[in-house]
Each structure stands twice: as C-alpha cells, then as structure tokens.
Design a protein around this ligand. Structure first.
Ligand SMILES: Nc1ncnc2c1ncn2[C@@H]1O[C@H](COP(=O)(O)OP(=O)(O)O)[C@@H](O)[C@H]1O
Ligand SMILES: [Mg+2]
Length: 504
C-alpha cells in the first residue's frame, strides 16, 4: 500500500484563510513562529480523522479571530496509483464530508478510510511522535507485534532442550500450551497432596508389616506345636478312660442311694403291719364274728407279713450286693491332668499366634507393595506435571527471547524491551523503548524526532504501508536518515513569511 499526497487546500483553517499546498517527494515548509507551519500537518489529520497531530478530538480549527462561513480542507491523494479527493468541512458547528467532491455521510467517509489504512498506523507513520503518545503495553506493543509475528512453535522447539521440546511438541497436538499449563498446575497441587497421603499410607503399612513380621520359622513353630498337641492328646486319652470308669462308679453310687431310700420307706411300713389288730366283731352290726371268720383274717395278716419280709430282704440284699461291687471299684481323680491340659493349651497360644502371623504376612506384604506402587505412580505423575510446567515456562521464555531478538534486529539505534522478568522469574509482557539507555521521555527534541523516525520506518517496512511523514520543528535536527514515503518537513526561519517549497 502506497499513499502519496498530491495537494492540499485549506479554507478558513485556523490562521489560514486560504492556502494551497502542492507536495513533492520532499516538501519544505519554512517560516517564522506562528506563520502556520504546524497547521499544515494538522490540516491532514483533521481532514482524515477530525483530530490534531496527536489524535486529540478536542481540536477545533474553525477561525476564532475572523469571520468565516465554513472551514474546509481538501486533500488530493494517490492511493496505489489511484487518485482520491477527500474533503472535510465545519459549518455552524457541523461537520461535512466529501468523497471525490460528493457530499457523503460520516460512516461512508470513515469506511473509505478504514479500507485504506488503520488510523493508529497512519498517524504513527505520518507523525513520528504519535506512537509514543500511545499506551506502552496496551497499544504500542500490540501494534509493533502485529507486524512482527511471534516465532512459530517449531522455531521455539528447535531452541529448547530436546526433552522439553519433544514433550511439548507431542502435547500441543491436542491442547494449547495455555490449557496445558492450567491443567498441569492444578494437577501439581492435587498430586502434591496425594503424594503426601500415599507416603504416609506406605509408612503406616510398613510399620504394621514390621510389627507383624514372624520371628520364628513356620517349620519350627509347627514342630513345637505338634509336640504339645501330642502331649495334650495323650492326657485327654488318659482322662477319657478315667471318666468312663468314674461314670460307672457314680452310677452305682446313685443306685445304692435310691435303694437306701426304698429300704427306709419299707422300714417305716413295718410297725403298722406288725401291730395290726385282728377284728372279732362285725363293723356294721357289732355282733361277734365266728371263729372261722377270725382265722381267715389272721391267715391274711400272716400272709402279708411274709410277703413284706421277703420284699424287704430282697431290697437289702440288692443294696448290699451293689455296695460290695462299689467297694471293688476305685474313683480316679483327673483334675491334675485337666490342669496340665489347660497349661499346655496356654503354651500353644503364642505359638499359634506366631503361626497366624505367617498366614497374614503375605497379604500384608501385598498391601505394602501396592501402596509403594501407588506412591511411586503418584510421584511419577507429579514429576511429569512439574516437568511440563517447567517446559512451558521455558517455552515462553525462549519464545520471548526469540521474539525480542527478531524485533530488536529491525532497529539500528533503538533498543526495544518486550518483556520484563518478574521477581518470581516469570516473564511478563512489557514495552519500553530506549535510545542509548534513555527512555523516550528523557530524550531531547532532536533525539525524539530521530527515535520516532526510526520507529515509523520499522512500522512502514513491516506493515508494507508507505505513507508521507510530517517532521515538525525540524530546525532542531541537523541530519536524519531519508524516510520511506514523502517527507514533509517544517522548520522555523526567523523573520520569514510562510513558504512551502518542493524539490521539483
Ligand atoms: N482557531 C483558530 N483561529 C484562528 N487562529 C488560530 C486558531 N488556532 C490557532 N490559531 C493561530 O494560528 C497560528 C498558526 O499556528 P501554527 O500553525 O502552530 O504556527 P507555527 O507552527 O508556524 O508556529 C497561531 O498564531 C495560532 O495562535
Ligand atoms: Mg509549529
């Protein structure tokens, strides 16, 4: 894109009631103070944007000290070899727009301009001081970087250590670095906690394992136990046969007991039977019974006495026989053996406990192994996330370094700081222009013009837009590099009327 100014016509613009300016490759404006030199540059920014050279909209060029009907500025431009006549006027406080002499709406006018070039870019190219009036990080930086693209990922990977580049190249196939950074930062926080928990779990399980580790080999435990079991079995066998015998003894004893009871009862019956009277009178009629009848009663009593005696004797004989049998038996006392069995069982207890340790140690060891594996896995993914975070950080640092190199290579005398290292080592976007170690605000007028010209040259080259430049107050500067585009230069010459001269 190449923009050239052919001619400019001012009517009632500030102190200029009427002025026609023809532009050449170089246009020299000279004159004393207040002769209207700056106004010529201002007329161009007014025409295009309604502003002064710094882009201020508070600019009002309508004559304040003489009568005028309308302020009118017309500029004949050559845009890529095509002529265009633009006009802007102010009448009764209202703005008029003209495109090729056709009265137009503000929107149409602005659209035509926007299609040609960006406002900030044009003003930066036209007025070398303009760029420095912009906000460093919000406007200057994006504008410069818009035309100096960031290095491609591939370039950055090449400059990174191979392991980092390899890892990131793989990851960026699926997610952006920004997202990866967010994901792995969150992972890191989560995994750090998980790792601490995993470590303490392994530790606890290991302690449990140590506490429950068997100290005696299983074979010797089993041998010792079976020895005791054998002793117990022998004792049990002995007590069992004793118990059988004792059961018999007890049985006899209880039978004797019961017979004794029966004998006692039988004894109690005897006196009544012995002393039973023989009735010799009838119970109902009270008349004496005959002898024969009395004999029958006597015989009956004798018979019952005989029966009683034989029964009683039988009981006594039976009991005596059992007593004899009991006397031949012996009650065996097994309490000592039972005590011995209890002692042996107690002796078995710690051995069996030790045996059970052997049984459980396997699964406990398994749990420890599993916990240790989880711990290692957690540590591995934690380290992976840390590695990715560090790699991304290294990527951004390297990208910044490469970009800074790329930008810096475009300048001769200016140094451009695109980044600032923060206290935590992180690199943050920044924007600062220096000339010989001095910031723009510290530069003299001539230095600032030179800095501005160098900067607009880079912008012109990178954006591939060639536009005129207006160097105001150029009397303060002796020499500068020929800029791309037309040069409009204004100098104070004491005692001189306004003069506009081209090199043609
Ligand atoms: N709205 C206005 N109406 C009339 N004159 C103005 C207006 N604004 C500024 N001026 C005057 O125009 C003159 C020319 O200004 P300027 O172009 O800055 O001169 P130079 O750059 O040659 O010193 C100044 O005397 C200034 O006071
Ligand atoms: Mg001036």
């Amino acid at each position: 894109m190449q923009i050239k100014f052919k001619s400019l016509k001012l009517e009632n613009f500030k102190s200029h009631q009427y002025l026609n300016v023809e532009f050449g490759d170089t246009t020299q404006i000279t004159g004393d103070n207040t002769k209207g030199k700056s106004s010529i540059g201002e007329a161009i920014t007014f025409l295009l944007y309604g502003t002064d050279l710094t882009g201020s909209t508070k600019f009002d060029p309508f004559p304040s000290n003489y009568e005028a009907d309308q302020t009118l500025v017309s500029l004949l431009l050559d845009v890529n070899g095509k002529d265009m006549l633009l006009g802007r006027g102010i009448q009764k406080g209202k703005t008029q727009y003209y495109i090729n002499e056709v009265p137009s709406k503000a929107t149409e006018f602005n659209e035509v301009l926007e299609q040609m070039f960006e406002k900030d870019l044009f003003l930066s190219l036209f007025n070398p001081n303009y760029f420095f009036t912009l906000h460093p990080t919000k406007e200057q930086r994006p504008m410069l970087l818009k035309y100096v693209p960031a290095p491609a990922n591939k370039e950055v990977f090449k400059a990174l250590p191979e392991v980092q580049a390899f890892k990131l190249a793989e990851l960026v196939k699926k997610k952006s670095l920004e997202d990866l950074d967010k994901i792995h930062r969150e992972n890191k926080t989560k995994l750090e906690k998980q790792y601490i928990a995993a470590q303490s779990k392994t530790k606890t399980l290991k302690e449990q394992l140590d506490e429950n580790a068997p100290t005696v080999p299983l074979e010797s435990l089993n041998a010792e136990d079976s020895q005791i079991v054998k002793q117990i079995k022998e004792l049990e066998k002995a007590t069992e046969s004793a118990n059988d015998k004792n059961r018999n003894f007890n049985e006899l004893q209880s039978q004797i007991h019961s017979l004794n009871d029966q004998i006692e009862m039988s004894k109690e019956r005897w006196p009544r039977l012995r002393d039973e009277e023989i009735e010799d009178t009838c119970k109902t009629c009270k008349r004496p019974l005959d002898e024969e009848s009395v004999q029958v009663v006597k015989d009956d009593k004798d018979k019952r006495i005989d029966e009683y005696k034989s029964q009683h004797k039988e009981l006594v004989n039976k009991r005596n026989a059992l007593r004899e049998e009991l006397n031949s038996l012996e009650y065996i006392d097994v309490s000592e053996q039972q005590e011995k069995i209890r002692e042996l069982e107690n002796k078995r207890y710690p051995i069996l406990q030790e045996v059970s340790k052997h049984k459980h140690i396997g699964s406990l060891q398994e749990q420890v192994d599993k916990a240790a594996a989880t711990e290692k896995e957690t540590l591995d993914s934690l380290n992976e996330s840390i590695f990715i975070i560090d790699s991304i950080k290294a990527f951004y640092a390297k990208e910044a370094e490469l970009q800074a190199e790329k930008v810096q290579a475009l300048f001769d005398t200016l140094s451009i700081n695109l980044f600032k290292e923060q206290k935590n080592g992180e690199i943050k976007p920044d924007f600062e222009i220096e000339m010989d170690g001095k910031g723009y605000k510290k530069l003299s007028l001539s230095e600032s013009i030179r800095a501005g010209l160098e900067l607009r040259e880079v912008l012109s080259e990178q954006s591939e837009v060639i536009a005129p430049v207006f160097v105001d107050n150029a009397e303060s500067i002796t020499k500068f590099k020929e800029p791309s585009g037309q040069l409009i230069i204004s100098r104070v010459v004491a005692g001189k009327e306004l003069e506009v001269a081209t090199d043609e």
